[in-house]
Write a protein that binds this ligand. Structure first.
Ligand code: THU
Length: 145
């Protein structure tokens, strides 16, 4: 079995509500003067703690960082080892799903069954697993042969 397969955490309605409001709070911190597209992310770690991130853009555009990447850095700095749930908040016509690069970043710390919710300021807009967003993924287990 892949090392990415961890125990699924039950996300209660109240925990989801907490993750949602935390991601919305994080979004307010976005530094996005170029795109004007603010994103917030909240990650639940293996100890039940919530870590937050916002996107941080840069005048040298490719150096900008997504909200998920910021949140992963916060999780790692706090000693978190695994991601058991993620919420991403952005405002657009379509649900703001994690970009391809962030799907891979999340995959480093999350199992295929890790739930990912996306939301805007008022509503949940989508609910996926990481495996749905990034099927047949490459991960740490590939390097352990
Ligand atoms: N962005 C994120 O923060 N997360 C995503 O998954 C999608 C895109 C940010 C990057 C950039 O600052 C802005 O949204 C527009 O692409």
């Amino acid at each position: 079995m892949s090392i990415a397969a961890t125990h699924m955490t039950t996300i209660t309605d109240s925990l989801l509500a907490e993750l949602l409001s935390a991601a919305r709070r994080a979004r307010v911190r976005a530094y996005a003067p170029y795109s004007r597209f603010s994103v917030g992310a909240a990650l639940l770690d293996n100890l039940g703690r919530i870590h937050l991130g916002c996107n941080v853009e840069n005048a040298a555009y490719p150096q900008g960082q997504c909200a998920e990447a910021t949140a992963i850095g916060a999780l790692v700095m706090a000693g978190g080892l695994r991601i058991h749930a993620a919420v991403v908040v952005g405002v657009a016509d379509e649900p703001v799903t994690p970009c391809g690069g962030c799907r891979q970043r999340l995959r480093e710390f999350a199992a295929d069954d890790c739930p990912i919710w996306v939301a805007d300021l008022d509503h949940l807009r989508g609910h996926y697993t990481l495996g749905q967003l990034l099927p047949y993924s490459f991960g740490p287990n590939h390097l352990r042969a």
